[in-house]
Ligand binder design. Sequence first.
Ligand code: HPA
Length: 270
Amino acid sequence: MLKTIYEAVQFIQHKTDIRPEAGIVLGSGLGSFASEIEAECEIPYTDIPHFPVSTVEGHQGKLIFGSLAGKNVVAMAGRFHYYEGYTEQEIVFPIRVMKFLGIKTLFVSNAAGGTNASFKVGDLMIINDHISLMAPNPLIGRNEDDLGPRFPDMSEPYKKDLIAKAKKIADANNIDIKEGIYFGVTGPTFETRAEYKMVSILGGDAVGMSTVQEVIAANHMGIPVFAVSVITDLGIRDEENTITHEEVLQAAKEAEPKLTLIFKELIRQL
Ligand code: HPA
């Protein structure tokens, strides 16, 4: 596995001189964040050796290298989901590549369904912990000791100091920011009423189909993570409650400027 990571890293480093200190994963409907980056180089996933290719609408499928808030960054426009048929190792492959490209912090965004009754559509939720009813753990299998330990600690999967800084940034910019637990599921079905209720009873504030595995892989390698969910729908409403992918993308798009501001200012402070 290390060999495939090195081959991808080598290929990328031949294409760009940018040595990123932060990696950013852009979630569903959050692709226009990328236009904030002064891009120096864009590499389609299809060009990179061993990279899986994204298939879902709203995901573009490329790595963007450039500068954001004075820092060198790499952004994944489009990520890989278990429901697309990728293995959990494929899902985390780009995270491992970003580690070997030199990133010191990982920023993750996603669209998620709110299961906390105090949330509304368009809210941002800083993820402070997660629960996984997801795909198998991406670390199952022989441990790659050069990546990290067999039994990684997960007591602070989302870095507290980054969360504290983000809250200050939100405050200073009059952004009402929520904080809570992300509940990872496989999808692709949105949840049934009973499932949204279960997520809420089990302690989840938002539910989504990504993120958890990427965050596990980052923690395995000792990379601090900051992650935000955009609340795009509310599963626990009593009234008529159909949810569509279009609605999710639209809500994410509308909330994106707030997310952009917070990521950008946090990156400035790195
Ligand atoms: N459930 C799961 N994943 C999601 C949702 C949801 O309600 N909204 C956006 N991604």
